[in-house]
Design a protein around this ligand. Structure first.
Ligand SMILES: Cc1cc2nc3c(=O)[nH]c(=O)nc-3n(C[C@H](O)[C@H](O)[C@H](O)COP(=O)(O)O)c2cc1C
Length: 390
């Protein structure tokens, strides 16, 4: 057993506290971590291990060796900093791809059955409002349910001295007169690029709106997030489509949220979110939408509405194929409502779209057999999927 500390502190910050973690495994930011590409190689190609060899490919294994995991993260719009979130995103090989129901909710089956991990979350930086603290607590509780860890602490730490870049106080945009915003930017924020479900949902939204929007791909701006922010800044409306990653915003999106905070002095933008996920129940997306609302509040943006799609990949495939009464019925209806809101610049309540006429058991069956077929296609046996790393 070896406990683990995950932190995003700089050298000086770490020096001050490192004696507390003598003998622990440490994940620190060396500046070279790459985001999860959503390829599921850690489930179906090299089970238990990430295929991106950047020094962070063994996150899942290192998790399993811990009885305690301490996370020290800059509080970033309700959630984790990009580095810390990246570590969580890169950890999914720690679980199996298969589903099980826990307390009536869909989750993954653990790869390592007998482990018990206690999680301690220590945020630093901005001291958020009570309401925002509750958003963070809810989010972290969901992360724990999902990763089968036990949450022992969520705290806001005053011993780590934040620098100016660690703080994101809400902006007061009243009285600011900038040039008027115009147009709508459609952003595909999935690292799966053109193959992503996010892109397909944006295209369908465009089709319903009667436009063929230029869709920006976050992957194209990985090394130039500044340029992407500049493309978004003049827009009146931003429609961002992304997958749910570990109950929150995928790590690759957070630097963009920070960059827009840094650059945008005008506020006033309307933000719409289309989020899709692997589990069946779209309500599990609620924490991610809550985080996006915190972000909007801090920038003086208006959250125009979210569409949460359960079983996103399967519904994407069924969107055209299964007709008006098929499993994608609610997702398409949701896109219609969102299209109306985006066109009008309106504000609508969040929409949660689960599969229609496809039970959770049927969906589970579809996914489980897909994993076995995928394993076969990559030359693995069924048993290989359950591989335990040493
Ligand atoms: C790193 C990672 C974390 C994920 N976390 C969740 C999760 O917490 N809940 C969930 O339902 N699906 C989760 N998924 C599944 C994705 O949300 C799902 O595959 C989605 O359809 C991908 O959409 P995209 O093609 O637009 O990227 C996760 C996938 C990855 C790769």
């Amino acid at each position: 057993m070896k406990n683990l500390v995950i932190h995003d502190l700089d050298g000086q910050g770490w020096e001050k506290i490192k004696a507390d973690y003598e003998g622990w495994n440490v994940f620190a930011d060396n500046g070279g971590i790459r985001p999860c590409m959503g390829c599921f190689g850690c489930w179906a190609k090299t089970p238990g291990e990430c295929v991106i060899k950047d020094g962070y490919d063994r996150v899942g294994q290192i998790f399993k060796d811990a009885e305690e995991i301490v996370v020290i993260s800059r509080w970033t719009f309700g959630g984790f900093s990009p580095f810390v979130k990246n570590i969580f995103d890169r950890s999914i090989g720690h679980a199996l791809p298969f589903f099980q129901m826990i307390d009536g909710e869909m989750h993954h089956v653990p790869r390592y059955e007998d482990e018990k991990i206690d999680l301690y979350i220590r945020f630093y930086g901005e001291e958020p409002s009570e309401e925002e603290k509750e958003v963070s607590r809810e989010y972290v509780r969901a992360v724990c349910r999902n990763t089968l860890m036990t949450l022992k602490e969520v705290s806001w730490n005053k011993t780590v001295q934040p620098s100016e870049g660690d703080l994101f106080p809400a902006k007061d945009i009243s009285g600011l007169k900038e040039k008027p915003l115009s147009g709508t930017v459609f952003l595909n924020a999935s690292t799966r690029g053109n193959a992503s479900n996010s892109k397909a949902y944006l295209e369908k939204l465009g089709e319903i709106m009667g436009v063929s929007p230029e869709i920006l791909n976050i992957n194209d701006y990985r090394n130039s997030i500044d340029t992407l922010a500049d493309l978004i800044l003049p827009a009146e409306k931003l429609v961002i489509a992304m997958p749910l990653y570990l109950d929150g915003i995928p790590a690759q999106v957070i630097p963009l949220l920070e960059k827009l905070y840094e650059k945008d002095a005008a506020g006033g933008k309307k933000v719409y979110v289309i989020a899709n996920m692997g589990f069946y129940e779209s309500i599990q997306i609620r924490n991610m939408l809550a985080l996006m609302k915190v972000w909007c509040r801090h920038l003086g943006y208006v959250f125009g509405g979210g569409l949460a799609v359960g079983a996103g990949g399967t519904l994407k495939k069924m969107m055209e194929a299964s007709g008006a009464e098929g499993p994608a019925k609610k997702a398409v209806e949701g896109l219609e409502k969102l299209a109306e809101a985006v066109k009008e610049g309106g504000i609508i309540p969040d929409i949660y779209a689960d599969p229609y006429n496809l039970s959770i058991e049927e969906y589970t069956e579809i996914c489980h057999s897909a994993w076995y077929k995928w394993a076969e296609a990559t030359g693995l046996s069924k048993e290989d999927l359950f591989r335990k790393m040493p």
